[in-house]
Ligand binder design. Structure first.
Ligand code: NAP
Length: 253
């Protein structure tokens, strides 16, 4: 394979690669030519993901780290930044969500969501991005959300974290674009993964969501993975600070 989306010889790190969007992104990056380091919270991604990456002739290295634990994140960040083989692509995908009304939203839930969805992506981007800036190339892809633009319902910590991810994407892009490092984000719409199981299990919410999606269907993880590959590829060399919705037209409505 060659061309603007070719990632042959690149090393991509994907957090949250055990399932959902991260698993699909890991496999799609491998299909484009990248070797992959995939992360899970308590155990590395399973053979379903590792095998699918290797089936594309690429290497897969699995790691486990709790991204809600700041010390573990710092250790991971140092490990990734200190590798002999530099990281070319960092996909900050791992995320968690807590659904509780704002008036009674537990502080522990707020803290956990902010730690996993905002602080850990920042610390990883900071450590790995520093090495990219020093080398003069690299791609950082954050995972934003429609709740980077909208408030959502009963997920105040998640909406705050995802709005902040959009700001962080632009802040890092401004600092690192001149050094040949692209920082962008994908903003998935409603994707059928574990993250949205509660919504899909609620017939009223599920129907209300579907009714508003011009594409007439929920997204698959693969829908989002294609956008991740694009932002990780040379095709996006002149794209900086973008938060790219992959939402079936939701925001256009
Ligand atoms: P998912 O299916 O629930 O998977 C979440 C992934 O994040 C898993 O790999 C999980 O690892 C990892 N993770 C969660 N907590 C972690 C922690 N404390 N430490 C390390 N890893 C942790 O979610 P998804 O739908 O694919 O979502 C991926 C990203 O897209 C998230 O940032 C999410 O906010 C965002 N997003 C999703 C949607 C959607 O509709 N699904 C929409 C917009 C944005 P384990 O399996 O090891 O727990």
């Amino acid at each position: 394979m060659s061309g603007p989306f070719d990632l042959t010889g690149r090393l991509a790190v994907v957090t949250g690669a055990t399932r959902g969007i991260g698993a699909a992104a890991a496999v799609a990056l491998a299909a484009a030519g990248a070797d992959v380091v995939g992360l899970g919270s308590s155990r590395p991604p399973g053979e379903d993901v590792a095998g699918a990456v290797r089936a594309h002739g690429r290497s897969f290295d699995g790691i486990a780290a709790d991204l809600g634990d700041r010390a573990a994140v710092r250790e991971l960040a140092d490990e990734l930044a200190g590798r002999d083989r530099p990281v070319d692509v960092l996909v900050n995908n791992a995320g968690t969500i807590r659904r509780e009304p704002a008036a009674t939203h537990p502080l522990a839930d707020w803290d956990e969501v902010l730690a996993v969805d905002l602080t850990s992506p920042f610390l990883l981007a900071q450590a790995v991005g520093r090495t990219m800036v020093a080398r003069g190339s690299g791609k950082v892809v954050f995972t934003a959300s429609l709740l980077s633009f909208q408030g959502g319902i009963t997920v105040p910590g998640y909406a705050a974290a995802k709005h902040a991810i959009a700001g962080l994407t632009k802040a890092l892009a401004n600092e690192w674009a001149a050094s040949g490092v692209n920082v962008n984000a994908v903003a998935p719409g409603y994707v059928a993964t574990d993250n949205t199981r509660a919504l899909r299990d609620d017939p009223e919410r599920s129907r209300a969501i579907l009714d508003r999606i011009p594409a007439g269907r929920w997204a698959t993880a693969q829908d989002v993975a294609g956008a991740v590959v694009y932002l990780a590829s040379p095709a996006a060399d002149y794209v900086h600070g973008v938060v790219l919705p992959v939402d079936g037209g939701w925001l256009a409505r």
